[in-house]
Design a protein around this ligand. Structure first.
Ligand SMILES: [Zn+2]
Length: 403
């Protein structure tokens, strides 16, 4: 009898344990790790970051993919300007508005992001702001039906846009995102949710410099916490962020929680848990990891331009791939691109592992529109990346060979 009970208990445990690879963070238990205040100024427990990696994350191939990418691309940076759609969620408590951040705070948030990501090749441009009075949505948690409903209703073109929701999340969560590999790039689940009090000038002391968004968007572009894996390789997959046994919450100068690993804890890194005023850097490997993650999982984001750029610029005044047709293709596709100035052009095709498999062009060319054929005979059906480099710029387009 006892044996049977144990068996039943074990079976129940198995059923209760999430085993699906792509299970969202439904029912995830977040442990409060910081003290914050509620919107009335009363102390309450909070959670520094509620981002959960619920996939087999990074496939086991990830370190190899990243290494291959760095080998191939060296220190080059993918230049990507990400349009940001702000979704302000707010509600009334009595006659007091909670969460209705100002346009100035939104402008300042974009400025903080651009300062933080300067040097990474990633930049941000304001695209739109909408405001929704809905307490259920404004107090959502990760994986909740409120999150699904809010995002389904409000998300703007997720493949080409960063959707940033400002909210007053339940449980005192400061924010969360989903990793690029967690959902297809077109999924409305993508984007970042951040506590409205964390915007520049917000009411959350220590966390009102705007770097909660910097940190959460770090996850959105593929970065892990610097303390991931503690003192055990491969940690956050970035060699140049020293190992860290646990998050640092206080900006502990000289902290060295993994003494066998060279280097002090990366307390100034945006992907640690220190207060906003303490964090100010991304590393070279983190930049490479962003490039790799975006190119691999978010190619449409890379090929997108801020709307204002497209409207303001006639086609020939910018350099980039304009179309690949047909797409998917078999066996030939025509790649069209424009050059704003004459110069050296290289046009290469890469596979998903970042290996260069074809060189289509490597020559001087005139300014203006050009076409070149990509013949996929001899290649397996797969997704490939066409990368144009010219005029000091890089443009990437994803193509699919379907035999
Ligand atoms: Zn985080």
């Amino acid at each position: 009898m006892k044996h049977r009970l144990l068996l039943a208990a074990a079976l129940l445990l198995m059923i209760a344990t999430p085993t699906l690879a792509r299970e969202p963070a439904v029912g995830h238990q977040f442990h409060s790790d910081i003290m914050i205040t509620d919107h009335d100024g009363n102390p309450m427990q909070g959670v520094r970051c509620a981002t959960v990696d619920f996939g087999p994350a990074d496939s086991p191939r990830a370190p190899f993919d990243l290494d291959a990418w760095i080998l191939e691309h060296g220190a080059e940076k993918v230049a990507v300007s990400i349009p940001v759609a702000f979704h302000v969620l707010y509600f009334y408590r009595g006659s007091t508005l909670v969460g209705n951040v100002t346009d100035t705070q939104i402008t300042n948030q974009v400025d903080v992001l651009n300062a933080a990501y300067a040097g990474t090749g990633v930049s941000f441009v304001w695209r739109s702001t909408d405001r929704t009075l809905n307490k259920t949505w404004a107090t959502m948690r990760p994986g909740s039906s409120a999150e699904l409903a809010a995002k389904q209703a409000l998300a703007v073109d997720p493949a080409h846009t960063l959707n940033l929701y400002t909210a007053y999340p339940g449980g005192g969560l400061l924010g969360w995102s989903y990793f690029p590999w967690s959902y297809p790039e077109t999924s409305y689940m993508h984007g970042s949710v951040i506590h409205f009090g964390s915007l520049p000038g917000g009411y959350l002391s220590s966390y009102n410099g705007g770097d909660t968004a910097t940190h959460e968007i770090g996850h959105y572009v593929g970065l892990y916490h610097t303390f991931q894996g503690g003192c055990t390789e491969p940690n956050d997959y970035c060699e140049d962020t020293p190992q860290e046994a646990s998050p640092d919450y206080y900006c502990t100068i000289g902290r060295d929680s993994c003494p066998l690993d060279p280097g002090l804890d990366p307390i100034h890194n945006f992907m640690d848990y220190t207060p906003d005023e303490c964090m100010y850097e991304f590393t070279g490997n983190q930049t490479a990891r962003m490039d790799w993650a975006l190119t691999t999982y978010r190619p449409s984001l890379i090929s997108s331009k801020a709307e204002g750029d497209i409207v303001a610029s006639p086609a020939a005044s910018r350099t980039g791939i304009t179309s690949v047709a047909p797409n998917p293709f078999n066996p030939k596709a025509e790649i069209s691109f424009t050059l704003r100035a004459a110069g050296m052009v290289s046009l290469n095709v890469y596979d998903l592992a970042g290996r260069r498999i074809r060189t289509l062009l490597e020559q001087d060319m005139a300014a203006g529109p050009h076409d070149v054929a990509f013949d996929g005979r001899g290649l397996p059906s797969s997704v490939y990346f066409v990368v144009l480099k010219a005029n000091g710029e890089q443009s990437t387009q994803r193509v699919m060979l379907l035999k």
